[in-house]
Design a protein around this ligand. Structure first.
Ligand code: NAI
Ligand code: MG
Length: 495
């Protein structure tokens, strides 16, 4: 891959924290294997960009099969030989609490790095990604001492019991939309249960995983417990194909999820997949309308729509279509799109050229298939990857923009007359990750929640998260849950 020397000052223009800039200067970034920072054996590197300016932020080691082999060896050693595997849960908990504290102490630097690497608004990175990552480590730190076995009430002639033990060596592959938060969702429950880890961040957003690795080193986690291998899809594929990995946890596209499922079939590997979505956000005529407008806006334009549970299909009851569309049109005109480091920015940059191309292609298909497009008239920066907040009316269910994940700030608006019709239409995609319902009627919320085929259902709110709450999909949105007690389950085995 290319190897220009990045100009950190230029690429990090606007960043206030010298810690973030100093972090960037130590480039090329290395791999963390067995507690040591090492270059890729091949010597190869790749660039990570600031998508708001297209400038190169840093060169990153490109790990391949040989590096994955070393990382799995280190993780296996740490798992089998200790001290991690022999450590008591109270002590293990202290490491997770320490990591949470260090994330908080470095919150500003982490938020700046996340913003530079991903393109998201810094205020949101700080309040959601970074704060949520610290909370996740703290929450799962609490679980270390609460993973119980059972005594089974069998025939009294037997003493019959179960233990909950770690699964072993876990390969974890994460996407680019919430880079640090996805790392925390993967690493924290795995550590709480006593596993060891090889994490592969996404190729466009490796920086905060690497800073987290530094934090993990500072917390003095024993060597080999957390290993970080940077690289693209082939690096992830090498991790999935490795014979000595006990579990794979993946978040990303449904297409790659299916590939991983095929690769892991017939092996000992346990698998959890958190994949795409095309979530319905359903607004009834009795909904608190202004609150619903905010929920719709947050549901689709938050994080540039790079959200697997984004409310990307809006279903509006026919009697209120006019006012809802009018209000949405007014509201998207007030969204501030631009410099992600500006504290007033609502919508930042699209993460990559490839993602921008995909969004454009999907939007073109919407126009070609006869839907009517409305786009915010905001002025977009001339450099970088940008897309104005957009919605479509006159969408029919068979349109691609009503069926396929766009993963951008693009909303498809459809209508319904009855609750039954809303349910039928809402369930009519291959996905089933999340859904939203807006109504003042409590009984209707419960009925809808029962019939909607989705793992997470929000009522009169959207995109709300809490570390205690399980998250995951039905159908092609994947299987397994992250968060809460159920997020711990994939990392323990009964014996
Ligand atoms: P992707 O699924 O290719 O990437 C996610 C992660 O998987 C990255 O770390 C990537 O390096 C890794 N990966 C890619 N190919 C792999 C393979 N064969 N084996 C193992 N790991 C592999 O997603 P991409 O290409 O970045 O985005 C494409 C589309 O996927 C988006 O437009 C969006 O629709 C969807 N997506 C959904 C996400 C979600 O949270 N559900 C997150 C990211 C993307
Ligand atoms: Mg980047």
């Amino acid at each position: 891959m290319a190897a220009t020397t990045p100009s950190v000052e230029r690429a990090g223009n606007g960043v206030r924290s010298s810690a973030a800039l100093n972090f960037l200067k130590a480039s090329p970034k290395k791999l963390l294997i067995g507690g040591k920072w090492v270059p890729a054996k091949s010597g190869k590197t790749f660039e990570t960009l600031n998508p708001a300016t297209e400038e190169v932020l840093a060169l990153i080691a490109e790990g391949d099969k040989a590096d994955v082999d070393e990382a799995v060896k280190a993780a296996r050693k740490a798992f089998e030989e200790g001290p991690w595997s022999k450590m008591g849960p109270h002590e293990r908990a202290r490491y997770l609490f320490k990591i949470a504290d260090l994330i908080e102490q470095n919150a500003d630097e982490l938020a700046e790095l996340e913003t530079l690497d991903n393109g998201k608004a810094k205020t949101q990175a700080r309040a959601i990604d970074i704060a949520g990552s610290a909370e996740t480590f703290r929450y799962y730190g609490g679980w270390c001492t609460k993973i119980y076995g059972e005594t089974n009430p069998s025939d009294p002639s037997m003493f019959n019991y179960t233990l909950r033990e770690p699964v072993g060596v876990c390969g974890q592959i994460i996407p680019w939309n919430f880079p640090l938060l996805m790392a925390a969702w993967k690493i924290a429950p795995a550590l709480a249960a006593g596993n060891t880890i090889i994490l592969k961040p996404a190729e466009t957003t490796p920086l905060t995983s690497l800073m987290l690795a530094q934090i993990i080193q500072e917390a003095e986690l024993p060597p080999g417990v957390v290993n970080i291998i940077t690289g693209a899809g082939a690096t992830g594929a090498a991790l999935v194909a490795h014979g000595d990995v006990d579990k794979i946890a993946f978040t990303g596209s449904t297409e790659v999820g299916k590939r991983i499922q095929r690769s892991a079939a017939g092996t000992k590997k346990k698998l959890t997949l958190e994949l795409g979505g095309k979530a319905p956000n359903i607004v009834f005529e009795d909904a608190p309308i202004d609150q619903a407008i905010e929920g719709i806006i947050n549901g689709i334009y938050f994080n540039q729509g790079h959200v697997c549970c984004a409310g990307s299909r809006l279903f509006v009851q026919e009697s209120i279509v006019e006012p809802v569309i009018r209000k949405l049109r007014d509201r998207i005109g007030t969204l501030r799109v631009g410099n992600p480091l500006d504290k007033n920015t609502d919508v930042g940059a699209i993460n990559s050229q490839a993602q921008l191309d995909k969004i454009r292609e999907m939007v073109e298909s919407g126009v070609d298939e006869g839907a009517e497009m409305f786009q915010s008239a905001c002025a977009l920066p001339t450099r970088g990857f940008w897309f104005a907040p957009t919605f479509f009316t006159g969408v029919s269910q068979s349109n691609r923009i009503a069926q396929e994940e766009i993963f951008g700030p693009v909303l498809s608006i459809l209508t319904f007359r009855t609750a039954e019709e809303a349910i039928e239409k809402a369930n009519n995609t291959p996905y089933g990750l999340s859904a939203g319902v807006w109504t003042e009627k409590g009984s209707r919320i419960l009925k809808m929640a029962q019939k909607l085929r989705a793992g997470v259902i929000w009522a009169n709110t959207y995109n709300k998260f809490d570390p205690t709450s399980p998250f995951g999909g039905f159908k092609e949105s994947g299987f397994g849950r992250e968060g809460g007690l159920h997020g711990l389950a994939p990392y323990v085995v009964l014996s």
